[in-house]
Design a protein around this ligand. Structure first.
Ligand code: SF4
Length: 416
């Protein structure tokens, strides 16, 4: 797939939409693997099996008068000649045609804040610092679970030497192991001590806050109602702090069905990455059911989740479609998609630019764009660049709040 076309005379035509044409909405969607790169045109008459197919369109930039001319958009695919692929209705023409139909001027409305939060940045820095420290000695750095829920971050750290494992039994005795940003239960900590593992804890301080609340509430004799999603690593860790005293609820119906030993002694906590509106409904149901219920001193849903949801809501209201960059197992990313959808705006989660489909953006004059707290900004930049290959793009940033939160590194990383 051409990222640019180099003409024999020296002219270069950029094709920034190449990742879209290779991705799930392009050739990969048909089971083909394609590579991207510059395509150099041979002088006319040079024999070659290679054929270049292009679809181009003239589009006017937003606000341009009819006389102001336009902007040429070129989508290009180079293929080794194959009658089956090249015939009308064949794969290459189908892919080109689908994306050519999505060519138009558009505005990209960037939700701000978006992308990495302080807890994720800290967790990534922990692994990077350990990789650097142990690289010379050839000592592997193990990480229990994904350090943060993003496939790109994990792949990148893996390529730099980090070894990701699901459980501690995959880690040799005495080795260095990092606990992920989502936290672990006391049982996991105890196993690490028993095995003589050198633990560096990258649990986000805001998750640690919820853990200590769970211990405190249980110690005063309360049933602790944890609002969260079953199976999420953060929830597993929090449940483990006081397993006999804690019950998980996921909906107002769960609250109705709840049975507790003493309805006058109930507290609640929440996962840090829940939807604000849905959680408020569950807490209202809890307060109705247990009028004396006590909650945390400050909200457990963290600042980053809250800010990204407020920003996304504002942007979605002005957009024809919303794209959220994040991985499918990222709770806060999935919540952003659901939030836009509940507000009536079509929304899609993509791990990166290659996940975008032409039908999502073909009629969209305004594309709202955000990223979950574990998705790096570079992935958002890739989306903006690729959309720029489908016609002129005006980028506007919609900022609802400016974040200044940072967390210091754990002592085990700082002190050496
Ligand atoms: Fe911490 Fe919130 Fe980021 Fe999770 S989303 S790592 S709780 S700041």
């Amino acid at each position: 797939m051409a990222t640019e076309i180099r003409h024999p005379g020296g002219a270069v035509v950029p094709c920034p939409a190449a990742p879209l044409l290779t991705g799930a909405g392009g050739l990969a969607g048909y089971g083909f693997r394609a590579r991207t790169g510059p395509v150099r045109l041979l002088p006319p008459g040079t024999p070659s099996d290679f054929q270049l197919m292009t679809a181009s369109a003239n589009v006017r930039a937003p606000g341009d008068g009819a006389a102001a001319g336009g902007c040429a958009v070129v989508l290009a695919v180079g293929v080794m000649a194959s009658p089956k692929l090249l015939r009308p209705g064949g794969l290459v023409r189908t892919v080109l045609g689908a994306w050519a139909g999505a060519v138009r001027p558009r505005t990209v409305l960037l939700a701000s804040p978006r992308s990495l939060c302080a807890g994720v940045e800290r967790a990534i820095e922990v692994v990077e610092a350990l990789l650097e420290r142990h690289a010379g000695a050839g000592r592997p750095v193990f990480v229990r679970k994904q350090i943060v829920h993003n496939t790109h971050v994990v792949r990148d750290l893996e390529s730099r030497g980090a070894v990701f494992v699901e459980e501690l039994d995959e880690v040799p005795d005495g080795a260095v192991v990092v606990f992920s940003a989502h936290g672990v239960s006391p049982e996991v900590r105890e196993e690490a001590v028993r095995r003589g593992l050198e633990v560096v804890d990258a649990t986000c301080p805001l998750v640690t806050k919820v853990h200590s609340e769970a211990r405190r509430f249980a110690a005063r004799g309360d049933t602790v109602v944890l609002v969260g999603h079953a199976g999420h690593e953060e929830v597993e860790g929090t449940l483990g702090e006081a397993p006999e005293a804690t019950v998980l609820v996921q909906s107002p119906d769960d609250v109705t069905a709840l049975r507790v030993p003493d309805p006058a002694r109930v507290s609640y906590l929440t996962q840090t990455t829940l939807a604000l509106d849905e959680t408020a409904e569950i807490i209202t149901a809890l307060e109705k059911r247990f009028p004396g219920i006590r909650g945390p001193g400050s909200d457990d849903i963290c600042y980053a989740t809250t800010n990204r949801q407020h920003a996304l809501k504002a942007v979605a209201a002005q957009s024809d479609v919303v794209l959220v960059v994040g991985s499918a197992n990222s709770s806060n990313s999935v919540r952003l998609v659901e939030l836009a959808q509940r507000g009536g705006t079509p929304a899609h989660l993509v791990d990166d630019v290659t996940g975008i489909r032409p039908e999502w953006v073909q009629d969209a004059g305004v594309v709202g764009l955000s990223a979950g707290a574990s998705a790096p900004q570079a992935l958002v930049d890739d989306v903006v660049a690729a959309l720029g290959g489908l016609g002129p793009v005006t980028v506007r940033e919609h900022t609802t709040v400016t974040e200044t939160v940072t967390f210091g590194l754990p002592a085990a990383v700082r002190s050496r």
